[in-house]
Design a protein around this ligand. Structure first.
Ligand SMILES: [Zn+2]
Length: 237
């Protein structure tokens, strides 16, 4: 098998570690287009829970095992559920999103309130700090850790993993950040950019720092064209 010769490069290893570290415990991961579903089952392990019955999924799985072995994360694959290949890519995608949302909506605060019932609109993307991750050659790489911070009615502060938040709250709440002077900066959709362009309005081009305040902003908003909304007086902080 040619796949035996495949080796992950350093960038891919960094990505793999970063991705693993950002996953919440018991969170699931379905790499796009692979027909595979993994769950984080320990600080250093992923479990293959499901795979579509197709030779390509085994090739993808072999590569993922190699990639994660190279960064000292174990992949358990003793007993995955195997289902027939879906009829179409579109159908498979729809099923995947539905399944992911169903799983995400079962997550809850320690008081029992479901995360999906929290006021997700008020959640603020928050920089938690830098994290050093260790690569297998002994090199380290620094990554930024971010979370969506939301307060439950029981007063518990919940730092939601950005991917989980995106699943529950959707793209339009996900693709924005809040400045220290209380402005929400939203990445525009293509349709919104079209409207701005046609009406002569101007947005702001966002790099790795906020152009308004020079503050740190979440990496998933880097390199987007944004509109700025002042928070109205009635809105609570
Ligand atoms: Zn709670």
């Amino acid at each position: 098998m040619k796949e035996d010769e495949w080796k992950p490069d350093a960038n891919l290893k960094v990505w793999a570690m970063e991705h693993f570290n950002q996953m919440a415990m018991h969170a699931i991961w379905r790499p796009d287009g692979t027909g595979l579903r993994y769950r984080k089952t320990a600080d250093n392990a992923l479990t293959l829970e499901h795979r579509v019955d197709h030779p390509d999924t085994l090739i993808h799985h072999t590569k993922i095992v190699k990639l994660y072995e190279s960064v000292n994360i174990e992949i358990e694959d003793d007993n995955p559920m195997v289902t027939p290949a879906a009829l179409s890519a579109e159908e498979a995608y729809r099923m995947e999103i539905q399944e992911r949302q169903a799983i995400a909506s079962a997550w809850s605060c320690s008081c029992g309130v479901k995360l999906s019932e929290l006021d997700l609109e008020s959640a603020v993307p928050t920089y938690l700090g830098d994290k050093e991750i260790l690569l297998d050659e002994g090199d380290t790489q620094t990554i930024e850790e971010w979370a969506f911070r939301v307060v439950c009615d029981c007063k518990e502060i919940i730092n939601m993993n950005p991917d989980d938040y995106n699943l529950l709250a959707g793209d339009s709440l996900f693709m924005r950040y809040k400045t220290s002077d209380n402005q929400w900066v939203h990445a525009m959709t293509r349709q919104e950019m079209l409207m701005y362009a046609d009406s002569g309005q101007k947005g702001i081009l966002v790099g790795s720092r906020c152009p308004l305040t020079q503050e740190r902003i979440p990496p998933w908003v880097w390199g987007t064209y944004c509109k700025v909304n002042m928070i109205s007086d009635g809105e609570e902080e």
